[in-house]
Design a protein around this ligand. Structure first.
Ligand code: AHR
Length: 515
């Protein structure tokens, strides 16, 4: 393959990554909470029932913010069920995942878990079966110091200090017919704005995310964002986006091209949000919360599948086993997010444990890292800083990516997908320049040449590569380290020039010391 040239300049930045870009998600779904982060009686569990083997992996993954309690689950959730004495908490049918919810874990346990994990809590309120009243009560319960019925209830429950939760999602995927009490954009916009007003009257420091479309293929996409923002513009800081990539067709080149559709999705939502601002002649900029993103297709289900299984407690559902090629597509998503650091200032990998997750556990047994764990840990640990603009000259290929809508195929034609997808992050305080580079060619190495203007004395600090001759290789309980990053050798650095050979189908991280 011919050389792939990348040019960047120290002074030309897209933006600085917000810590909330590196978030993840915990939903009451399958074994995410129960048997995932929370398993009283597990040999590694502490007095609160928090699995410490999972906690160690979470700290290694380093998510900066954690969304909770859903997802689809939140649209039928009564937050009051999950607080107070555990023995008195009701069992409920969860219509999102056709499971029985025991409510042994609730908001206060989540806050404690976040504090222990060193991650910021992000709470979603139920705007499906409930509305503004329940939302404002939850804010009062969580954030009001004392002296009212709800804040004093929290104190009686054992949490004297307010939780101080800043980031709140106004419902979840309210455009989706699968959602409990799905709404039209106008119905949702009205409920969301009234909830937002009351929530901020209680705590003006809140940052709120309105629901965008649950996916770019939704029939109402675009019109939904516009209508929702017309209602909520003055009262929210964020609009949400969700994307799950797939390889249903077994077309790996198209699958690896699909993260570029996330770039398009972001650009489109920015355009719509800014059009709403322009009509108001407003300087306010709505930020994007990409609060669900991942690869997910093998374990997608419809409600009929779920009904057959009855009402189990924490069933093993959506337990996607990730392969090497999934980690590559996933890495492409990380690069897409970095390259929009100016407008995507919150994002959540969906989800964290067992359910479409980077961490897997065996109930009563060990915990291990899935393939996608590794690119996320690189992204989260090394992606913080100024994301630089890059000029990439790479050979391209054409792809046709299928994103089926129910049983109907829906193709996206991508005529010129660069084999190289790359982001460059300059961490001024740490004194590093980090290159995240995905080689999407399945057969050829990419000879990478980077000219980093303004960085005259670069020196190689660390270079890692994730690749495997078997694109279907996965990490399992028996072989938890089948796919792990290995050193990327022969990185040439001279002045501001960097050269490396990127193996076919590889995820690469090159960390350079800036002198
Ligand atoms: O993350 C799994 C599910 O995907 C979430 O509950 C929902 O919001 C989305 O459709």
């Amino acid at each position: 393959m011919r050389n792939v040239d990348v040019r960047l300049h120290r002074d030309f930045a897209i933006g600085t990554t917000h810590p909330r870009l590196f978030g993840a998600f915990l939903e009451h779904l399958g074994r995410c909470i129960y048997g995932g982060i929370f398993e009283p009686g597990h040999p590694s569990a502490d007095a609160k029932g928090f699995r410490q083997d999972v906690m160690a992996l979470v700290r290694d993954l380093a998510p900066a913010i954690m969304r909770y309690p859903g997802g689809n689950f939140v649209s039928g959730y009564n937050w009051e069920d999950g607080v107070g004495p555990v023995a008195e908490r009701p069992r409920r049918l969860d219509l999102a995942w056709m499971s029985t919810e025991t409510n042994r874990f609730g908001t206060n346990e989540f806050i404690d878990w976040c504090r222990m994990a060193g991650t910021e809590p992000m709470l979603a309120v139920n705007l499906g079966t409930r509305a503004g009243d329940a939302a404002r009560n939850l804010v009062e319960y969580c954030n009001h110091p004392s002296g009212t019925a709800l804040s004093d209830l929290r104190r009686r429950h054992g949490w004297e200090q307010p939780h101080g939760v800043k980031f709140w999602c106004l419902g979840n995927e309210m455009d989706g017919p699968w959602q409990m009490e799905a709404k039209t954009a106008t119905e949702y916009g009205r409920i969301a704005v009234e909830a937002a007003k009351m929530m901020k009257w209680i705590d003006p420091s809140l940052e709120l995310a309105a629901c965008g479309s649950s996916g770019r293929r939704m029939a109402t996409y675009g019109a939904w964002e516009q209508a929702v923002l017309e209602h909520t513009f003055d009262h929210v800081e964020y609009i949400s986006l969700h994307t799950y990539l797939n390889n249903y067709d077994g077309d790996t080149p198209a699958f690896l091209a699909s993260p570029d559709l996330m770039d398009d999705f972001i650009d489109e939502v920015v355009a719509i949000a800014d059009a709403v601002a322009a009509r108001r002649r407003s300087a306010k900029r709505i930020m994007l919360s990409f609060d669900e993103w991942n690869v997910w297709y093998r374990t997608r289900r419809n409600r009929r599948d779920r009904v057959k299984e009855g009402w189990p407690i924490a069933p093993p559902i959506l337990e996607e086993i990730y392969t090497m090629e999934d980690a590559l597509a996933f890495g492409g998503c990380c690069i897409a997010l970095l390259n929009h650091a100016d407008r995507v200032t919150a994002a959540c990998l969906a989800q964290l444990v067992n359910v479409i997750a980077p961490i897997m556990t065996e109930t009563g047994g060990p915990a291990w890292r899935q393939t996608i764990f590794h690119p996320f840990a690189h992204f989260s640990r090394l992606g913080r800083g100024r994301v630089l603009r890059t000029q990439i000259d790479s050979p391209t290929y054409s792809a046709r990516y299928n994103d089926p809508n129910g049983s109907n195929d829906e193709f996206f034609t991508m005529p010129a997908v660069p084999y190289l997808k790359l982001a460059a992050v300059h961490d001024d305080t740490g004194g590093t320049l980090t290159l995240f580079a995905l080689n999407r060619s399945l057969t050829e190495a990419l000879p990478l040449r980077v000219q980093a203007a303004g960085f005259d004395g670069l020196a190689a600090r660390e270079a890692l590569q994730l690749c495997d001759a078997d694109l279907k290789a996965a990490n399992t309980r028996q072989q938890p380290d089948r796919v792990v990053p290995k050193p990327l050798t022969a990185v040439g650095v001279e002045g501001g020039r960097v050269e490396a050979s990127l193996a076919p189908a590889s995820w690469n991280v090159i960390r350079l010391a800036v002198r």
